[in-house]
Design a protein around this ligand. Structure first.
Ligand code: ACM
Length: 628
């Protein structure tokens, strides 16, 4: 019996896709409406850039810098169209009629007009830049078209855990650049953890002099096979924080700081032991966890997990947290301040006579009531400064003020419950692919990660608005976010590997209307194009499996594999003899016809290499011609 692995027809393994033939003109996220018209705008050095509104100067400069990089020429900028042949016009004229953050982009033979204000104009220019193909001769041909676009959700977020591993300011800026390209507008900066406190607080210098440095880190999966015996440290000064916040603002990204409480507090407690219910008790060290240095006193954690030594709900702690939050709120203009609230064990509060007395005094039911008291007190303080809290979905347990926003991470249920209680919700469920610390394939080549499986197809398939909500309740879903926890992400390269291409799928589910979702177009046309650009730009993304191949067994005696390269310009290599494929193996010419001897199984093993030499994991498909 003949079997075809997939119906994709393509000679060899190069792709013909580009921004001009793709029905979405190569734009991620897909715009709300896009109408392709005949002809092109020929961008060459005679074109002028008209930008006569002062607030648009930075966006005009960004476009000109991009054109210089792509075309080798900068455009002359002018204030008016008089006497010009062909022009790109950036304008807020008419933007008041557009939806929030929306833009209109029209391209014809004579003029490109981007209409928008602030973020809207910036996003219009992002789309325009994505539409530009490579230069042909002396010009860049941009397809004539009309695009109307605006976001589905007002909150489109990416998170970054800098507690488990620290990421430099330079890297954070690169991350923000990439977020902005994909129209993401909230950066959730997870700044405090058991393994490191990463933000300078002037009133409490030990938070960084003690709390930002651990003596060692486990190697291997939790609890670890050994320790690296190497001190690990890093924190952001307040000046660096200001630099990041200002940099993000220029890209229309709001930065939300997260100061975790009452759990995940080991680093703060190591710095100021009086924050613990038991200041004199040594930090608990998992007997299975390898350890470097002293086991006495309060220590930062060196392995991953959830730890019992949480903030004591004392007046000292509340005073400390208010002081910390004062400095944090002075640095971050964000309306939202994230206060964590997740994974806070109640064991120490159960054992503590002070906590038990407080529960009685306040008429609380138990330690969960105490957690609610803790969060409410902090919430009131933050509200008194004109800001609102975000917390992980555990903050729902025990009642909340109406303006608290809930981040649903333990599945979607927390988000559903919160919306039913009229709380704003940000959906970030690990169950639906939004934990991008999970693996992207079942291949044993995947580097050590936290576990679970979230290919980008799973992110793409997710709709952040739960079907079980009524139309009124659906309005509380403010947006969606992907989270990258960094227990197993110790380098910039690995972080990029975990985040890309999943961030691109997030971008589309956060921005584009459901009616514009098209996984085939996304994965076969636009992802290959964007990954080729990211390859050139030095982003260390996860290289997808060849299009048309899966790890499912295929039965048959003559099997035709129509494999297509998943990154524009990349090559697919394969073996059939069980050995690991590499660049010296045969490269795939499609369709690849494989005869499987009767009574036998073959393994088709493939690997993809991009133009810069980045490689994929090995994907294995078992081709089976054994009798059933
Ligand atoms: C979380 O992943 N603990 C919010």
């Amino acid at each position: 019996m003949k079997k075809v692995i997939s119906g994709l027809i393509l000679a060899f393994v190069t792709l013909s896709v580009n921004a001009q033939t793709d029905e979405n003109l190569g734009i991620i996220p897909a715009p709300v409406t896009l109408e392709r018209q005949s002809g092109f705008f020929k961008l060459d050095k005679t074109v002028v850039l008209i930008s006569n509104e002062v607030p648009n100067t930075a966006t005009a400069d960004m476009l000109n810098a991009f054109i210089t990089g792509k075309g080798g020429f900068a455009l002359r900028t002018t204030k008016s169209a008089a006497g010009t042949e062909r022009a790109i016009l950036l304008t807020a004229d008419g933007a008041d009629k557009l939806p929030e953050e929306g833009y209109k982009l029209t391209v014809n033979a004579k003029t490109i007009t981007v209409t928008g204000k602030g973020a809207g104009l910036f996003y219009g220019v992002q789309s325009l830049m994505q539409m530009m193909p490579e230069k042909k001769g002396q010009e860049i041909d941009i397809p004539a078209s009309v695009i109307m676009d605006y976001p589905r959700f007002k909150y489109r977020g990416m998170h970054l855990d800098v507690g488990r591993h620290f990421f430099s300011v330079a890297f954070v800026k690169k991350y923000l650049d990439l977020m902005a390209q994909y129209k993401l507008n909230n950066f959730h900066w997870h700044l405090t953890e058991d393994q490191g406190w990463r933000i300078e607080i002037k009133k409490y210098p030990k938070l960084t002099s003690v709390g930002s440095e651990r003596a060692g880190t486990i190697i291997g999966h939790h609890p670890g096979v050994t320790t690296d015996n190497t001190p690990y440290k890093g924190f952001y000064t307040q000046n660096e924080v200001k630099e990041v916040v200002a940099y993000a603002a220029k890209k229309f990204i709001n930065v939300i700081p997260e100061i975790e409480m009452p759990g995940h507090a080991s680093a703060a407690i190591a710095a100021y032991p009086q924050l613990s219910c038991f200041p004199d008790r040594d930090t608990y060290i998992d007997p299975k966890a390898p350890w470097t240095g002293s086991r006495k006193g309060k220590q930062l954690q060196q392995t991953w997990g959830v730890f019992d030594d949480v903030f004591a709900p004392t007046e000292y702690t509340f005073g400390f947290l208010e002081d910390v939050l004062d400095e944090v709120m002075a640095l971050f203009p964000s309306k939202y301040i994230h206060i964590g609230g997740d994974e806070s064990p109640k064991e120490y509060w159960k054992q503590s006579p002070f906590c038990q007395q407080l529960i009685k005094e306040k008429g609380l039911k138990d330690e969960h009531g105490l957690q609610s008291y803790f969060i409410s007190r902090i919430e009131k303080y933050i509200n008194s400064k004109g800001r609102n809290i975000i917390g992980w979905d555990e903050i729902l347990e025990g009642g909340l003020a109406p303006n608290a926003t809930v981040m649903s991470w333990r599945g979607v249920e927390g988000g559903i419950a919160a919306a039913k209680l009229n709380h704003n919700v940000i959906m970030t469920p690990g169950s639906n692919g939004l934990y991008v610390d999970h693996a992207q394939s079942p291949s044993p080549d995947e580097p050590v990660n936290i576990g679970g499986m979230s290919p980008y197809s799973k992110v793409y398939a997710y709709d952040p608005v739960p079907a079980e909500l009524s139309d009124d309740q659906k309005k509380f879903i403010e947006g969606v976010q992907a989270n990258i926890w960094t227990e197993y992400v110790e380098s910039n390269e690995k972080l990029e590997y975990q985040v890309f291409p999943r961030m691109l799928a997030l971008s589309e589910i956060a921005w584009s209307p459901v009616s514009r979702k098209d996984y085939k177009n996304f994965s076969e046309e636009r992802i290959p194009l964007h990954l080729a650009k990211l390859d050139k730009a030095g982003v260390h993304f996860w290289v997808p499996t060849p299009l048309g191949q899966s790890d499912k067994q295929i039965d048959g005696e003559e099997i035709t594999a129509d494999l297509k390269a998943p990154v524009l310009g990349s090559k697919v290599y394969y073996t059939l003899d069980g050995t690991r494929p590499s660049e010296v193996s045969n490269s795939v010419k499609t369709p690849l016809k494989i005869s499987v001897p009767k009574g036998k199984k073959l393994e088709l093993k493939t690997i993809v290499y991009t133009l810069t030499g980045r490689s994929s994991v090995v994907t294995t498909t078992v081709l089976n011609n054994e009798a059933k």
